[in-house]
Design a protein around this ligand. Structure first.
Ligand code: PMP
Length: 360
């Protein structure tokens, strides 16, 4: 079978040139007669991979020097615990903004360690928008304020970076990282699981302002302490070498593609095209407030849900894979991360229009 257009929310599509490079490298990487999976993470060859990956990532996101770049395991979900354990004292208040399923999960985990104040919440309109910053009810003494920059399930993305003054801003950027330029200096911590815009699952990107290191609670396991990663180059134990290597190839690919300004231009065009096609039809709809619509995850429903299974079957037969919405909400979702070419969007729109013509 040839490659399909893969609309999976994550693990998600990886750029074809990166897959080609991996295929080429596997049997005999750098002339060593073995793959990158079979060498020590402490070898000079792997250390060079790790250093280059960090340097490229820093360049892509223009990460300021007073920030550390860490690569722990455990996905974004482990960050739901690492953030409170590293930034707050027992019993301290922390602020969270609840805009959907992933911020809810982050809140549930933080509630095990701190007093959570929900500073704003968009459940009143089924998580279809980001509440305006003016109305947020922030605590006086919060250790930090946490947001989910892009809610992967409902497709809601922040159209602004909150101004939290001296309170560190923490953002779960799992499904939006590297999709466009970002002013890192506005954040205390940015974290993202890898399996959307970075590479295979198994590694997590954490960008943390250095003054926030070294404050973990005393009982924090060392592998959950950001300072341990900072001091060891994220190698205090064996890291996921293959995933790290692929992430490095993706960073290199993004740089070669012109960096995040060029990537953002394509992403904006892709998203706008798809939303325009949905809005132009009375058969498909997306409920998200226009200024909060995600560039990366585009959920939509059919006017007749009885046609969902048929839509998915026919789409799959047309080479458009993994369009089923998250199991918690149903409907459809097209995740259109960096690796989705514009031709994939055109193919999806063409298919949707044809499906509407023959079934509406
Ligand atoms: N946050 C967001 C925004 C996500 O989309 C996901 C995964 N889809 C997670 C957290 C959880 O990530 P992981 O499975 O890497 O722990």
């Amino acid at each position: 079978m040839s490659r399909v257009y893969n609309f999976s929310a994550g693990p998600a599509a990886i750029p074809d040139p990166v897959l080609d490079r991996i295929r080429h490298d596997i049997p005999d990487w750098q002339g060593l007669g073995m793959s990158v999976m079979e060498i020590s993470h402490r070898s000079k060859e792997f250390i060079a991979v790790a250093e280059q990956a960090e340097q490229d990532l820093r360049e892509l996101l223009a990460v300021p020097d007073d920030y550390s770049v860490l690569f722990p395991q455990g996905g974004a979900t482990l960050q739901f615990a690492m953030v409170p354990l590293n930034l707050s004292a027992e019993g301290q208040t922390v602020d969270y903004v609840q805009t959907g399923s992933w911020s809810k999960k982050a809140i549930a985990e933080a509630s095990r360690f701190c007093k959570v104040n929900i500073a704003a919440d968009s459940s009143d309109e089924n998580f279809t928008y980001v509440p305006d910053e003016d109305g947020w009810r922030r605590s006086e003494d919060a250790a930090y304020l946490h947001i989910c920059g892009n809610e992967t399930i409902a497709g809601v993305e922040y159209p602004f970076i909150p101004d939290t003054g001296d309170t560190p801003l923490v953002s779960d950027m799992s499904s939006t990282i590297l999709s466009r330029p970002l002013d890192v200096s506005r954040f205390g911590i940015i974290y993202a699981g890898a399996q959307k815009n970075i590479g295979p699952a198994g590694i997590t990107l954490v960008i943390v302002r250095k003054d926030l290191l070294g404050k973990a609670r005393s009982l924090t396991p060392s592998l959950l302490d950001y300072a341990v990663y900072d001091q060891s180059g994220s190698m205090s134990n064996t890291p996921p070498v293959f995933t790290w290597y692929v992430a490095g190839l993706v960073f290199e690919y993004l740089k070669d593609a012109g960096g995040l300004v060029a990537i953002a231009e394509v992403n904006e065009r892709k998203a706008k095209k798809l939303y325009a096609a949905i809005d132009a039809s009375s058969f498909y709809s997306n409920p998200v407030r226009e200024d909060c619509r995600s560039w990366m995850n585009v959920p939509f429903v059919l006017s007749d849900a009885a046609l969902d299974a048929k839509f998915l079957d026919e789409a799959a037969a047309a080479g458009l894979a993994n369009l089923e919405g998250h199991r918690s909400v149903g409907g459809m979702r097209a995740s259109i991360y960096n690796a989705m070419p514009e031709a994939g969007i055109d193919a999806l729109i063409g298919f949707m229009q044809e499906f509407e013509r023959s079934h509406a």
